[in-house]
Design a protein around this ligand. Structure first.
Ligand code: S3P
Length: 434
């Protein structure tokens, strides 16, 4: 079992690019597969999650050629997917499972979605229930968990759905099902969530209207192929933003990072804590804003995290908790119960690890209170969660003793080459392959 062994201290410098955006990579394969014509994707994330999505579409008869991060998808059109011969394995990825469920609900064939033990314990009723209201036939394991069996050949009706949780996965699932439904699908979001699906559907020539938290899409619209330049993932860049902030004498520039405003909560939160972050070289590429992000060391202070920023930073909280542990004073987070149903229970997993390092935390059902302090060292369990593993690697910069992190192989789901890049940037990390 892969362990990260991190020596204390270090500073960061350099100018580098982290791997491609995971959300955009998944969507690029999904949309290009059901488009008419051939789409070229560059900067595709070569992580296990997005590669699983790619394999699923190959299993459904889509010709896809990949050379590293360059991918060419020969789209088969809205109704051109074929029945897969075997189960579609989504591995660790909630995004892949929930988005594919929406797409599969509208196909003429049956399919079965499976995942690893973490994914098989995550809630799927949030997508199963609205899809059933549209006419989908889905069978699940107890409590609405994977494996999920989808019965094809149903006639889907559009839905007007108020999402109880602010979830881009639920929204995107329903928009994909909506492509196969009669009438206009309308999704209302309780708070803004990442809007890559809407932007990318438009890029593929689809008519999608978004206004004041209401997204509308007519069924049966054909998609036309389009080329996609996947920016670097701000969720992966976030580890280095916190790293350069908490380590002394650091100055890094992260290149070509996606700064879609539905994803930049991490920058806003770090700036509220006193981080020294500059966004330079702003451009718009393929409908997504992209920029270089310069981060220098800074003295951070604890804050009350505004609840409005929670959905905009939802994947960055593990490393933001490390920033909070290194800040002067108290940081309070509430309204973040969704963190409990990610790849692990991220509130508990982070609280346990920080406690192990000597940081005082108070866990709440929907958040946490963290007292900034001095970090010791010790053995941390990542619970097989990529972002927990990477967050504690960053913590080593401010630690006084070694930090060893167990169960790190899932870092490859979102950030292949993390340890190597982190080491080059200045984190004293090594991999113990066990
Ligand atoms: C994602 C949406 C978010 C996020 C996940 C990726 C997406 O999940 O946590 O990593 O690509 O749509 P929720 O929709 O559950 O908030």
């Amino acid at each position: 079992m892969t362990r990260f062994v991190c020596k204390p201290g270090g500073s960061l410098d350099g100018n580098f690019r982290v791997p491609g955006d995971k959300s955009i990579s998944h969507r690029s394969i999904i949309l290009a597969s059901i488009a008419d014509g051939s789409s070229h994707i560059s900067g595709f994330l070569q992580g296990e999650d997005s590669l699983n999505t790619m394999r699923a579409f190959q299993q459904m008869g889509v010709p896809i050629a990949r050379n590293q991060g360059e991918v060419t998808v020969s789209g088969v059109g809205l109704h051109g997917l074929q029945a897969p011969a075997t189960d579609l394995d989504m591995g660790n990825s909630g995004t892949a499972m929930r988005l594919l469920l929406g797409l599969l609900a509208g196909q003429s064939f049956d399919a079965r979605l499976i995942g690893d033990s973490s994914l098989s314990s995550r809630p799927m009723l949030r997508v199963i229930q609205p899809l059933q209201q549209m006419g989908a036939v889905i069978e699940s394991a107890d409590g609405g968990r994977a494996p999920l069996q989808v019965r094809g050949g149903q006639v889907l009706e559009s839905i007007d759905y108020r999402m109880p949780v602010a979830s881009a996965q639920v929204k995107s699932c329903l928009l994909l099902a909506g492509l196969y439904a009669r009438g206009e699908t309308i999704v209302h979001e309780p708070a803004p969530t990442r809007d890559h699906s809407e932007r990318m559907l438009r890029g593929f020539g689809c008519d999608v209207a978004s206004n004041a938290g209401e997204i509308r899409l007519r069924g049966n619209q054909a998609l036309s192929a389009c080329d996609i330049d996947v920016p670097a993932d701000i969720s992966s860049a976030a580890f280095f933003m916190v790293a350069a902030s908490i380590a002394s004498d650091s100055d890094i520039t992260l290149q070509h990072v996606g700064i879609n405003p539905t994803r930049t909560g991490v920058i806003d939160i770090l700036k509220l804590m006193g981080a020294d972050i500059d966004i330079v070289n702003r451009q718009e590429i393929g409908g997504e804003p992209v920029a270089d992000i310069r981060v220098c060391s800074a003295a951070l202070s604890g804050i009350e995290i505004p609840e409005s920023l929670v959905p905009l930073a939802i994947d960055e909280f593990p490393v933001l908790f490390v920033a909070a542990a290194c800040a002067v004073g108290e940081t309070r987070l509430s309204g973040a119960e969704e963190l409990r149903v990610k790849e692990s229970d991220r509130i508990q997993a982070m609280a346990d690890g920080l406690t192990r390092l000597g940081i005082e935390t108070e866990v709440k059902p929907d958040g946490i209170i963290i007292q900034g302090g001095k970090l010791g060292g010790g053995e941390i369990d990542s619970h097989g969660d990529h972002r927990i593993a990477m967050a504690f690697s960053v913590a080593s910069l401010a630690a006084r003793r070694d930090i060893c992190i167990r169960d790190c192989s899932n870092v490859n789901t979102s950030f292949p080459g993390f340890a190597e890049l982190a080491q080059r940037a200045g984190i004293r990390i090594s991999i113990d392959a066990g």
